[in-house]
Design a binder for this molecule. Structure first.
Ligand code: AHG
Ligand code: MN
Ligand code: MN
Length: 321
């Protein structure tokens, strides 16, 4: 079994990126241990604070955020960081090479029910002479690295440095990530979809029609039956898509007129879009390729439709009618 650091060296990944990946892996090993400890580690439950997005922070949101922030601040290659749980960009090392955005704990609502959670990272190149939030305003296409760690029955890491998507599994006997798939491929076709159906009445017409046609299955225009899954953690749903295909979407909705989208571009949509594209899938808002969006805010939100390329194309066709 090839360990992560050997794999990166042998495949010629840039030495600085190797060092940064080691730091990110390090963060996830510690978070994984806290997650495994559950109630015994004192990490369950909520805090009394809210993040900048008005969401109540879970204890583990804060613990994971602080842990990652400290480790990144101690990594000289990091120029600045942006986190779901930080109101503003945090400056680190003026001569650092990388800008790291992260969702310290994705799927927070799953923590207290002992279900899937993970961590998501997106890395952009630092740009000379551009600081603060402005430096992060680069399209997802510029990412030099994207990865997530999923704390499930096994802790796994999906990683891309722009040369395909690789999957690693954390060996609990020595705390090393080991390669399990050097070229992840999302099957082009699928009969599985993931959407929060309870929001149905708030969707726009194209998504209403697309899902309605899936639900009538064999008797409808698609001529086949579909299955549905919803993990309520994007990391879990995207991991299923990378593992066996599927379509995952969190579409535009009118539930809260001030918040038409749920998922965050910089540390949810962009890194997942790169991982999915590098595995042969597609990631779109319905009207625009996620990785081509020019961001204007570190906490901005977008609609997301991603996964198996033929199925995502079917869904996009409803949007262009
Ligand atoms: P987070 O826990 O980082 O706030 O993200 C949760 C996101 C995403 O992971 C998931 O797909 C979605 O919220 C779940 O939304 P519902 O609560 O509508 O199921
Ligand atoms: Mn999240
Ligand atoms: Mn989160």
């Amino acid at each position: 079994m090839q360990i992560l650091s050997d794999y990166l060296k042998q495949t010629g990944v840039d030495a600085n990126l190797q060092s940064l990946i080691a730091t990110l892996a390090d963060c996830s090993v510690e978070i994984s241990q806290l997650v495994r400890g559950g109630a015994l580690a004192g990490v369950l439950g909520a805090t009394e604070s809210e993040n900048v997005q008005g969401e109540t922070q879970k204890k583990l949101d804060v613990i994971a955020n602080d842990l990652i922030k400290d480790k990144l601040a101690a990594q000289p290659l990091v120029k600045a960081l942006a986190s779901e749980e930080e109101d503003h960009v945090v400056a680190c090392h003026a001569d650092g090479h990388y800008l790291v955005s992260f969702d310290p704990l994705d799927g927070s609502s799953n923590i207290d029910i002992n279900s899937l959670v993970g961590t998501i990272f997106s890395v952009l190149p630092a740009q000379a002479g551009i600081d603060g939030e402005q430096a992060f305003m680069q399209a997802g296409r510029n990412q030099v690295l994207a990865c997530y760690m999923l704390y499930g029955p096994a802790t796994v890491m999906a990683l891309t440095t722009g040369n395909g998507t690789q999957m690693f599994s954390l060996d609990p006997t020595d705390n090393q990530f080991k390669l399990v798939d050097g070229a992840v491929q999302v099957p082009a076709d699928t009969s599985e979809f993931a959407i929060n159906m309870s929001n149905q009445r708030f969707w726009q017409a194209p998504m209403q029609q697309y899902i309605a046609d899936l639900l009538v299955g064999k008797e409808g225009p698609r001529g086949k039956n579909f299955n549905m899954r919803w993990i309520a953690a994007m990391v879990g749903d995207v991991h299923r898509v990378l593992s066996r295909g599927g379509l995952f979407t969190y579409p535009t909705d009118t539930k809260d007129p001030n918040k038409p989208f749920k998922l965050r571009l910089m540390y949810e949509a962009n890194p997942m879009a790169l991982l999915v594209e590098q595995a042969g899938g597609i990631a779109s808002t319905g009207y625009e390729t996620i990785l081509d969006i020019q961001p204007n805010h570190i906490h901005q939100r977008v609609a997301v439709i991603l996964g198996s390329r033929h199925e995502v194309a079917e869904c996009l066709a409803y949007h262009s009618r």
